[in-house]
Design a protein around this ligand. Structure first.
Ligand code: 5BU
Length: 274
C-alpha cells in the first residue's frame, strides 16, 4: 500500500495532489465536518480543529447568518491552519443547472471550495456541467459511490456505474465518497485492471463512541475504515464537536486530536509501519 506522500507525487488531479500533500505534511487524514447553523460557532469550531485537520467539510446552506465575510474568514483559517475546504453540496441535477448552482447564487461555491461532490444519479452530464466551472479553477470532484446510511440505494450496479463514470473523467473526478476502496469495482471481465488509477476515498460515518445516531447514520471506527476498508480520509462531525448548543472548546480540541491520532495510527498499520 503506497504512502500518501508517494501518491501525492504521482497524482494527475491538482486538488487530489494538494490534499495528499497536506495529509503528508501535517500527518493527519482527518476531515472535520462542521454542521452547525451559526456563523460564530462555525468559525470557532474550525479554528479549534484546524491544526488537526487536512480538510474541513462544510454545508454552508445550513448557516442562518451566512455572508461573504464568513467565506473570507474561512479562507483565512484555511491558510492559518493549512487545510483544504470541501463543500459537501451533493449536486444532483442536469449539467446546466449544477454549473449555475456551483458558480453562482448566494454561495458561489466554486470560488472558495477546493473540493465538492455530486450524486452520479443524472449520469455523466453532471460531471460535464460541474467540470465546466471547476476544472479551470483547479478544483476536484468526488462522486458519491456509496453512503453511510442504513438502507442506502447506492449499492451494487449503481456503485459500479459511478466508478465507471469517474474513470471516464479522471481529469476532474479525484475520488469518491464511499465506505471502502473502489479499486477494481466495475471493471469488466477482460478489461483493464485499476492499476493506473488512484481515486481518493473519503469516508463519512466515523465515530469512536457510538454506532449510530437514531436517524439512519451508521458509525465505524477509524481502524475499520482505514485498515479494514482501505479508505483514505475519515470524515468526523458530531463525534468531535458534540452538541452545538453546548460547545466545549477544550473538548472539541481534545476530540479532534483523538480522531487525528486514531486515523494516523490506522494508516501506519495499513502501510505496515505500526
Ligand atoms: P456526523 O456528525 O459525523 O454523523 O456527520 C457526518 C457528515 O457527513 C454530515 O455532514 C453528513 O451530511 C455527511 N455524510 C454522511 O454522513 N454520510 C454520507 O454517506 C455522506 C455524507 Br455522502
Amino acid at each position: 500500500m503506497r504512502t500518501y506522500g508517494h501518491r501525492a507525487n504521482n497524482h494527475p488531479n491538482a486538488a487530489a495532489r494538494q490534499l495528499l500533500e497536506t495529509i503528508d505534511r501535517k500527518k493527519t487524514n482527518l476531515c472535520v465536518s462542521v454542521d452547525v447553523t451559526r456563523k460564530a460557532d462555525f468559525l470557532a469550531i474550525i479554528d479549534l480543529v484546524g491544526p488537526f485537520s487536512c480538510l474541513v467539510k462544510t454545508h454552508v446552506d445550513i448557516i442562518e447568518d451566512f455572508d461573504h465575510d464568513l467565506i473570507e474568514q474561512l479562507q483565512a483559517l484555511s491558510k492559518k491552519h493549512d487545510f483544504l475546504i470541501f463543500e459537501d453540496r451533493k449536486f444532483a441535477d442536469i449539467g446546466n443547472t449544477v454549473s449555475l448552482q456551483y458558480s453562482s447564487g448566494v454561495h458561489k461555491i466554486a470560488s472558495w471550495s477546493h473540493i465538492t461532490n455530486a450524486h452520479p444519479v443524472p449520469g455523466p452530464s453532471i460531471i460535464t456541467g460541474l467540470a465546466s466551472v471547476g476544472k479551470p479553477l483547479g478544483r476536484g470532484l468526488l462522486l458519491l459511490a456509496e453512503m453511510s446510511t442504513k438502507g442506502s440505494l447506492a449499492v451494487g450496479s449503481y456503485t459500479e456505474e459511478a466508478v465507471r463514470m469517474a474513470r471516464a473523467n479522471k481529469d476532474f473526478v479525484m475520488g469518491f465518497i464511499a465506505q471502502r476502496r473502489m479499486d477494481g469495482v466495475g471493471v469488466q471481465e477482460g478489461g483493464n485492471s485499476a492499476e493506473e488509477e488512484d481515486f481518493l476515498i473519503l469516508t463519512p460515518g466515523v465515530g469512536l463512541d457510538v454506532r449510530g445516531d437514531g436517524m439512519g447514520q451508521q458509525y465505524r471506527t477509524p481502524r475499520e475504515v482505514i485498515v479494514e476498508s482501505g479508505c483514505d480520509v475519515i470524515i468526523v462531525g458530531r463525534g468531535i464537536y458534540g452538541n452545538p448548543k453546548a460547545l466545549d472548546a477544550d473538548n472539541v480540541r481534545r476530540q479532534a486530536e483523538r480522531y487525528m491520532k486514531e486515523g494516523w495510527k490506522a494508516y501506519l498499520e495499513r502501510i505496515g509501519e505500526k
